[in-house]
Design a protein around this ligand. Structure first.
Ligand code: ADP
Length: 388
């Protein structure tokens, strides 16, 4: 398996070495091709373009993508552009050194706007991230029900599951089919309960562990943002990967977000991570729309007794301390879990229920925010620059 993968990587590299880059040197020899990976027949790589060759960037990217996708055994290829200051990207032997410097501390946000990913998606008015400082707090549950709630309020809504560590939208919306392309260029999203959905889980084999590197994250994101036929949307809800590491930072910087919703349980340990999430978005200049307390109050379905299994009120307090809006509480409720697992989240299955009401209240707050902001152009993503 690994040998076959290496063979494919070598074949793609050979195909790419036929493409001439700036100064007449091919893109492999010049070290422009980075982080070349093949997974499930899909080739991913980044092209580090020196600023002096900025004009050539897009034609080169397309030529490289085309060449890679023609290699026998490769079903599709995605190349993303990264900027590089200077010219000394190296290649060691036949292996492209994965430049960890491409992410994390090397991600520098600049104030001047760039042609951001979402700006390149005509028709999407606003992109909202649903994020959490740690996994298991109900981020995906909130993202899905929020998207369904926004659709119920009449907004044309999309849901992009970018949780590369555990994409759960296919499960939550009972999506088994693979997205198809009608024109051979763009993938059609899968529509459930009036929401257009796309998940990283539909594009990669989630059962095969894979290491996500910065450029791959960007490739996958770019593909899901630009190569999906979203049509006209008032809002695209993005289910982010949990945490505040490289991948999350890359995404927060890459997607021109209108704002972020942070989900936390009331436990201290979750709230510490929620604070980190808030700090990450603030660092990347993404407005935090507020914190939601999930798994808040538990009401016993038999006797009606109210219990606070994970504590209560912690998120409201944290929000106040951090000068961030508090967006409400979602109860810890068996129905919410059962309907999610059945592939019909509560807002779709029982929109009039008490449980759905807490998600609808959240959706209304977000809808009001989008309206007050005019739902217009999103904040352009900051430029991503790879530091030496
Ligand atoms: P995350 O995306 O943060 O990892 P999930 O949305 O996948 O979390 O939720 C983790 C588990 O908790 C799932 O089984 C989900 O059904 C359950 N869950 C989430 N929120 C609630 C809630 N408010 N009440 C009951 N179960 C919940």
């Amino acid at each position: 398996m690994a040998a076959r993968q290496n063979e494919l990587i070598d074949s793609v590299r050979r195909a790419l070495s036929a493409i001439e880059g700036p100064g007449g040197v091919d893109v492999v020899t010049s070290g422009m091709v980075q982080d070349l990976t093949v997974h499930n027949g899909h080739a991913w790589f980044a092209l580090a373009i020196p600023p002096s060759a900025a004009k050539l960037a897009e034609p080169l990217r397309l030529a490289c993508q085309d060449a890679a996708s023609r290699v026998s055994g490769i079903k599709a290829a995605t190349a993303t552009l990264t900027h590089h200051r200077g010219n000394e990207v190296r290649i060691e032997g036949s292996t492209v050194t994965p430049k960890r410097a491409g992410v994390s501390s090397a991600l520098v946000s600049e104030t001047q706007p760039r042609a951001g990913a979402a700006e390149a998606i005509p028709g999407i008015k606003a992109v909202i991230a649903v994020a959490s400082g740690k996994g298991g707090v109900g981020k995906s549950t909130v993202a899905v029900n929020l998207a369904l709630g926004l659709a119920r309020l009449g907004l044309r809504t999309g849901l992009l599951d970018a949780d590369i560590y555990g994409p759960s939208v296919p499960h939550l919306l009972a999506i088994k089919e693979r997205p198809q392309s009608l024109d051979g260029k763009k993938l059609e999203p899968i529509i459930r309960h009036g929401v257009k959905a796309m998940s990283i889980g539909m594009l990669v084999d989630v059962d095969t562990p894979m290491i996500w590197r910065g450029p791959m994250v960007m490739s996958a994101l770019t593909q899901m943002l630009n190569d999906v036929n979203w049509g006209e949307l008032d809002v695209l809800v993005v289910d982010m990967p949990p945490g505040t590491g490289d991948a999350q930072l890359t995404m927060a910087q890459r997607v021109p977000l209108k704002g972020a919703v942070i989900v936390s349980t009331p436990q201290d340990i979750a709230l510490i991570d929620a604070r980190k999430g808030l700090a990450m978005f603030r660092k990347t200049a993404v407005p935090v729309l507020g914190i939601v307390e999930n798994m808040s109050t538990y009401i016993c379905p038999n006797c009606g007794h109210e219990a606070h299994i994970f504590g209560h009120g912690g998120a409201r307090k944290t929000a106040a301390e951090l000068d961030c809006p508090f967006l409400g509480e979602i109860p810890l409720d068996l129905t919410i879990r059962e309907l999610s697992d059945a592939g019909t989240p509560v807002v779709a299955a029982a929109p009039q229920s008490r449980q759905a009401a807490s998600f609808m209240a959240l959706a209304e707050k977000i809808a009001v925010h989008l309206k007050s902001e005019g739902g217009g152009a999103s904040r352009p993503a900051p430029r991503i620059i790879i530091e030496e």
